[in-house]
Design a protein around this ligand. Sequence first.
Ligand SMILES: Cc1ncc(COP(=O)(O)O)c(C=O)c1O
Length: 231
Amino acid sequence: MNERDSMSRRRFVVGASGLALAGATGAAAAQTANKTNKKGSKLAIDGGAKTVKAKCSAKPRWGEPERKQLEAMLKQNSLFYWRGPQTKLLKERFHEFCPVKYVQTCSSGTAALHIAVAAAGIGLGDEVITAPVTDIGTVIGVLYQQAVPVFADLGKGTHNLDVSDVERRITPKTKAIIAVHLTGNPCDLDALKALADRHNLVLIEDCAQAWGAKYRGRPIGTVGHIACFSL
Ligand SMILES: Cc1ncc(COP(=O)(O)O)c(C=O)c1O
């Protein structure tokens, strides 16, 4: 593509997205035009008084401690060294927080779950029972291994795996259960572990959303056969 072509493409894209935005704001304006609030005064968007007058504070998200750490990493002259001091420290601190036999770092929660599924020997046509409400990272590794995610019902009020429904979905092809501790709320791990042991299944804990959560006094990640976290 020569420079002129690329320029005209770029102009087209800019022009087109401008149009889309104009269309959207036009529609929004039409929707709110002449609307009033309950007291009959104009909405703030139409020039009326604002209900919430305080401004959102824009506190800096990073400060001196982060700057110091970043500087230390730059000085080490290698940012992506997986045997580097930061990785070692992370593993040590993680181990204090989640005292399991082995701790290994990898590139993401999705990668951790994929490694777990592969380590459990899951492959073509195997079934893995998990939760339907989760991040796609829970099932990517299962699909990559050409296995089948089987979605169990969630418990009323907990939005975590309903253990009796998990049991109903066990077939001769089932190899593992991935228990997702949704939004910091631990699954019923004792019941799931007992079920997994009874059927010779691997229990994988997806702890990505539940850092620091405890199940009956034990840190999550210490009950299942394998546990995966996300940073
Ligand atoms: C429940 C759950 N599992 C897995 C993942 C994937 O983790 P990552 O984004 O680090 O790949 C997430 C990410 O938010 C998650 O919420």
